[in-house]
Design a protein around this ligand. Structure first.
Ligand SMILES: C[S@@+](CC[C@H](N)C(=O)[O-])C[C@H]1O[C@@H](n2cnc3c(N)ncnc32)[C@H](O)[C@@H]1O
Length: 269
């Protein structure tokens, strides 16, 4: 993996790849509802992973030509298998893409900057690939935006482990709140950041299962060994915290709140 890319904290195990797919299904309308790329546009998806967003880009904007790149071969194989010939897939580091300056009408980046040690450098590199007047869309979460009920000390401690682990190993899990500054500092004009809140309670069972249980608990499940090895939390506390979050997602009182952020910036005159 490229020097500018640190370890992907959630790994590339099949369960993690499934989690990304399931999570994208749950968040589809929230993340993609407002994205409109015109017919004939050439669009770059940087850090496509297993193609979880690729599917929806193609479905929402069927007239585009989509080029989807990722640095990890296993993820791309999954993406190719899921999408087929709908997109052009390429294994490449987004800091060193083999495209001519000004090649693309739009660039789409989802859940990638949070894992990079130099997110501004990534934007500065990607923007060169845009035609004048092209747009760059970035979607990221912010783990500091989460709150939930019941909030047991163990569940809170487990959640905080994710925040600390990501800071220690791969970037910034609180990057959502920085998107405006990052986009502006990369030279974007007319930067527009939209908060995309996810709220789960028992009246929204699909959201509770798809987001609180499968996405949030699934994300924590994947980092158990790392947080234990780093002595961030005793295993019993971790397990109790996870069980509390699972119980929350099945309880008649439980709620979970989280906010994603989508930033769109225009580059060039
Ligand atoms: C959390 S996944 C998100 C994947 C996809 N965008 C989605 O929303 O499901 C982050 C992806 O960024 C990729 N990635 C990280 N650093 C990269 C780099 N320098 N160049 C290209 N891809 C990179 C990882 O391999 C991983 O597939």
């Amino acid at each position: 993996m490229a020097a500018k890319t640190l370890q992907y904290v959630h790994g590339h195990a099949p369960e993690e790849l499934d989690r990304l797919m399931g999570s994208a299904d749950t968040l589809r309308e929230l993340l993609h509802g407002d994205i409109e790329y015109h017919t004939g546009a050439l669009v770059l998806e940087a850090g496509c992973g297993v193609g979880a967003q690729t599917r929806f880009l193609l479905e929402h904007c069927p007239g585009i030509t989509l080029v989807s790149v990722d640095v990890v071969r296993e993820a791309l194989s999954r993406a190719r298998a899921a999408i087929g010939r709908g997109a052009h897939f390429l294994q490449s580091d987004l800091y060193q893409l083999p495209f001519a300056p000004g090649a693309f009408d739009h660039i789409f980046v989802c859940f990638v900057l949070e894992h990079l040690p130099d997110p501004l450098g990534a934007l500065n590199t990607l923007k060169l690939l845009l035609k004048p007047g092209g747009t760059l869309t970035v979607i990221e979460g912010d783990h500091g935006s989460a709150f939930f009920y019941p909030e047991t000390p163990e569940a809170l401690a487990a959640w905080r482990c994710l925040q600390r682990l990501q800071l220690q190993t791969s970037g910034d899990g609180h990057i959502g709140r920085r998107l405006f500054a990052l986009m502006r500092d990369s030279g974007a004009t007319a930067v527009r950041v939209t908060p995309l809140p996810v709220y789960c309670d028992p009246s929204r069972p699909a959201m509770m299962e798809g987001f609180a249980d499968k996405t949030i608990v699934g994300m924590l499940n994947g980092i158990e060994e790392q947080v234990i090895a780093r002595k961030m939390i005793p295993r019993e506390t971790w397990r109790k915290g996870l069980q509390d979050l699972i119980n929350l997602s099945k309880s008649q009182d439980g709620t979970f709140m989280y906010t994603f952020f989508r930033a769109v910036g225009l580059y060039g005159p």
